[in-house]
Ligand binder design. Structure first.
Ligand code: SAH
Ligand code: SF4
Ligand code: F3S
Length: 437
């Protein structure tokens, strides 16, 4: 029996799809296959913005015919969208052919849900509000060698006013540090070369006291694991940024000199309405501290334009912040109202045409910065961890510790190797180069 998983959303979801694959293997599905050949198709959904939802709606809807024609095909839909208030019912009504709807706390139960579905005609729905345990006992089927994701915590307590994550992922729950460490050690022994510690807000690790140590301490311990590997972590919240974190990053060569520190907006009024709990000045002070201690550290960020009531002048403050902060790249989003969040109730929605204009200007500025920084790499040699082969380009690719993509040709398989790449050309965030064979 074969499976196919379609994933939307963040790294958290990508890793959870690896866990879903692990559960499916236990349930007797032996291999991954293209959609048309699969005996079970699982959608792991995201609801962070409206377009993420529309995407999933479109793809699930497109399966109606296949489901009718292929006897025994199971369709399961899980992930954050199913966890939204009332959404499971909407999905069931819109797509009666869905066999199983399961929430974000039900990954380990998927096997029993499949069994339940085999015994009944009705759609099986299982969505829990919360989950206290942090160990799921699942052995994930990892698909991103030489990179591996490790959850250090689940959920989020921050309630940024635009964000749906705290509603669909529940409150913060930290894994015990010893469980995290054991997993990291195991992965390094297995030959994984890059470990990314995952949490919605890793700096508040242990807010529930369950971890047993602070995030900087955990990072220190993980970076002390023997072996040649890189360590990354995502995501940091500026309100919990600390000197201790910078000190640990400085102490270990294994920790990538890259910080993803979402700022969202440049205006203090908007930051306050977003409930981000820091100011533009505090954010810039944090970057100054980071760069004083680790001068070549690269910073990336997330930015939202057109939060309700954002004026042209306030948007201009986001542009000026991008200039001042010297980001090496940024993810840019148009604000998307999410039912149930505070911001969705606010007046002063920004007109779509204005939003389009703002995001276009922001992207142009971000790209200009990225290009400038990439061009400065030409002639330099960087160490990249080769992670894939691009069939179209006929080139291997990997990232340097700053997160920049480097492409090169090679006669032999280089995946999993650290490669010294002499950069000859740059295009956006991508670098092209040659390596000694
Ligand atoms: N926990 C992480 C990631 C959250 S989701 C963090 O706090 O940084 C990733 C990004 O999506 C956010 O940083 C934010 O920029 C964006 N985002 C979240 N909700 C959004 C919404 N309703 N509209 C537009 N962008 C949103
Ligand atoms: Fe959402 Fe804010 Fe939590 Fe990030 S920190 S997941 S943006 S509520
Ligand atoms: Fe991630 Fe989307 Fe859920 S960004 S946590 S998959 S809402």
């Amino acid at each position: 029996m074969k499976y196919h998983i379609v994933t939307y959303g963040c790294q958290m979801n990508l890793h959870e799809s690896e866990k879903i694959a692990g559960v499916l293997k236990e349930a007797g599905y032996t291999e991954e296959a293209p959609l048309e050949e699969a005996d079970i198709i699982v959608f792991n959904t995201c609801c962070i913005r409206e377009n993420a939802e529309n995407h999933a709606f479109g793809n699930i809807g497109a399966l109606k015919k296949l489901k009718r024609e292929k006897k025994g095909l199971l369709i399961a839909v899980g992930g954050c969208m199913v966890q939204e208030a009332g959404k499971a019912a909407v999905l069931k009504q819109k797509f009666p052919f869905i066999d199983i709807l399961f929430g974000t706390h039900e990954l380990a139960d998927l096997r029993s849900l499949i069994e339940r579905k085999r015994a009944q005609r009705k759609t099986v729905i299982s969505v829990r509000e919360a989950r206290a345990e942090t160990e799921d006992g699942i052995t994930p089927v990892r698909t991103s060698y030489p990179n591996a994701w490790v959850n250090i915590m689940y959920g989020c307590n921050n309630f940024c006013s635009y964000c749906i994550v705290p509603y669909v992922r529940g409150r913060e729950r930290s894994r015990r540090a010893e469980d995290v460490l054991r997993e990291v050690e195991g992965l390094v022994k297995e030959g994984y070369r890059e470990i990314t510690l995952l949490g919605q807000n890793v700096n508040s690790y242990n807010s529930d006291g369950k971890g047993g140590m602070s995030f900087p301490e955990l990072l220190d311990r993980c970076a002390s694991v023997e072996g040649k590997f890189r360590l990354r972590f995502m995501t940091s919240h500026p309100k919990d940024f600390s000197e201790e974190l910078v000190a640990v990053m400085k102490k270990h060569k294994k920790i990538c000199k890259h910080l993803h520190l979402p700022v969202q907006a440049g205006s203090n009024r908007i930051l306050s309405l977003m409930n981000r709990r820091y100011t533009r000045e505090k954010y810039l002070d944090e970057l100054a501290l980071l760069r004083r201690e680790i001068p070549d550290c690269e910073v990336t960020t997330d930015l939202i334009v057109s939060f309700p009531t954002e004026t042209e002048e306030e948007f201009g403050e986001t542009l000026s912040l991008v200039r001042e902060a010297d980001f090496s790249s940024a993810f840019t989003f148009i604000y998307s109202p999410r039912t149930g969040t505070k911001a969705a109730e606010m007046e002063g929605r920004i007109d779509a045409a204005v939003s389009k204009d703002r995001i276009t200007r922001l992207i142009a500025l971000v790209n200009e910065k990225t290009r400038e920084k990439s061009a400065a790499y030409i002639g330099k040699t960087i160490e990249i961890l080769c992670e894939d082969y691009d069939e179209k380009k006929g080139m291997y690719l990997g990232r340097d510790e700053y997160g920049r993509m480097g492409y090169f040709r090679s006669e032999r398989d280089r995946i999993g190797e650290f490669v010294d790449l002499t950069v000859t050309d740059a295009n956006g965030i991508s670098l092209y180069g040659v390596c000694a064979d």
